[in-house]
Design a protein around this ligand. Sequence first.
Ligand code: ZN
Ligand code: ZN
Length: 378
Amino acid sequence: MSLNPHIHADARRDRLRARLAQDGLDAYLVSGVANVTYLTGFKGEASHLLVSKHRDILVSDARFTEQIKAECPGLETIIRPPTKKTLDMVAEAVRSIKALSIGFESQVLTVFDFESIKELLPECSWLATRDRVESQRMVKDPLEIEAIKAAIQMAQDAFINLNKLILPSHTEKNVADELERLMRSMGAQNAAFPIIVAAGANAALPHAIPSQHRIGNENLLLVDWGASSPSGYKSDLTRVLDTHAFGKKAGLSGSKDKLLEIYSVVLRAQKAAFETIKPGVKALDVDRAARQLISDAGFGDYFGHGLGHGIGLQIHEAPWFRPGSDTILEPGMVFTLEPGIYLPGWGGVRIEDNILVTSSGAQYLTGISRELEDNIIS
Ligand code: ZN
Ligand code: ZN
């Protein structure tokens, strides 16, 4: 398959177009930033894409004129003049293609925008659609898989370098800042999300905010980080570092036994989930495999979030791995597996990797060791 992004964007719009008849529509109005990027290659924001039977029109503003020419050559574009509102131009685009029934993204368009566009186009009927583009985005094409692999590489290389630099005197914030700097130096556009660095008991908060807390005062350090590649695709990993050597120097008591026990349960939970993955399996059954193992080990009350989520142009996207999620796995889906156990007052362990569903099973895209013995800081 070609890795030319323009050909991919054309093919993606054709797939969406093919669903128009099924929904009984003349056009889709696509407003989600990542959805517009996916269907056009345009990486800017605040724009709408109209996809219809014969014509596709991107509505944007003058900040992006040159960028659109470069990123989506050949795509029909309407640039809003400063005197007009973007929705006025969307209405103009709808009139120019003579669309009367239009599907809109009910999870994206605000109530205010929806009321406005209805007023501008009283002759049109509107259908609230959900997840048309999101469900297409669940299955990655080779170009996207390469972009995610690049984002993983940047994140991993940065993490390996970070581990050589960590000192007991560093704060959680120092570590997060340094990791972001390293990822950028490896080619990342930026961190894919605000990096989580949590030492000791702070790691009991699954979404801890890096603080001025010194990591040398604790026996473990949880790092949840990812890179956004220049193409916009993201990676998302978590490792727990064993910092007992710091703790010992700081005069902390506490044996390693607890960390070893919790870590081994979480790692086994991730492996159990991984082993269930192949095309045709439900996402909820993958979640259940990890959840059951953690529950059987006696920690069921301490794993309070879903097992994983898709990654791509967004850091959290479909498919979702949690109880009740009946998405059926297909080759090309890329997502995280991130079981965790969080014990208030003690800390937490989460192990997060990025997985690709293959034609016969699954493959880890992340390659840094998941074994605790390989993640010791001394
Ligand atoms: Zn993460
Ligand atoms: Zn995640």
